[in-house]
Design a protein around this ligand. Structure first.
Ligand SMILES: [Zn+2]
Length: 191
């Protein structure tokens, strides 16, 4: 599938930036990096695991308020969508946590955009064709497919870990790229 757009939006623009009002799946990085969860009319979705993670952080007042106001929905991802995410992650060779897989699966299921600073999540989400909102850092420029390899004996591996021959920790290199993704929201806004 052809990847969609990557938005790169300064935090001061968050409330104004979303006019289409598609739901937005937020990961812990998006919540912690001051993503505005109280944006009127905007629906946010995340997993119970992410909320557990961010409750202990400094922004917990805002998160509690957002939960009280029902602007953030907690959802569990359905297995059929998790399977699609795993398939895409297998193609790009990204090592995602269970939580990462669930977030991308939620975005897929709810036709949502996904807000994260995690390059692995962005990479797999873009591979599936989701719209990404890059928070904190700049977003990915292209979809990368990785190859894991041993830097000592050059054996290739399908996943990360240590070399089965010599025990050296594996590294990874880009095997293939998609070419540049469509231009970002931010650069379009400057025209
Ligand atoms: Zn080796």
């Amino acid at each position: 599938m052809v990847p969609r757009t990557i938005y790169q939006i300064p935090s001061t623009m968050y409330p104004q930036a979303f006019t289409k009002m598609k739901p937005i799946v937020v990961d812990a990085s998006a919540i912690i990096n001051s993503f505005n969860l109280l944006n009127f009319g905007q629906k946010f979705i995340t997993t119970p695991a992410v909320l557990d993670e961010v409750r202990g952080k400094k922004r917990n007042e805002k998160i509690r308020l957002a939960l009280d106001l029902d602007s953030v929905e907690q959802r569990l991802a359905k297995n059929e969508f998790i399977e699609k995410v795993r398939l895409a992650a297998k193609q790009t060779n990204d090592m995602l946590s269970k939580q990462d897989e669930e977030l991308i699966a939620l975005a897929l299921e709810h036709n949502a955009e996904i807000a994260t600073d995690d390059y692995g999540i962005q990479n797999v989400a873009a591979k599936i064709g989701l719209v990404i909102i890059a928070v904190g850092e700049k977003g990915i420029k292209e979809i990368l497919e990785w190859q894991h390899y041993c830097p000592a004996c050059w054996k290739n591996y399908p996943t990360s870990g240590v070399c089965g021959v010599c025990g050296t920790p594996l590294k990874r290199k880009v095997r293939q790229t998609s070419g540049l993704l469509p231009s970002s929201f931010h650069s379009e806004a400057k025209k």
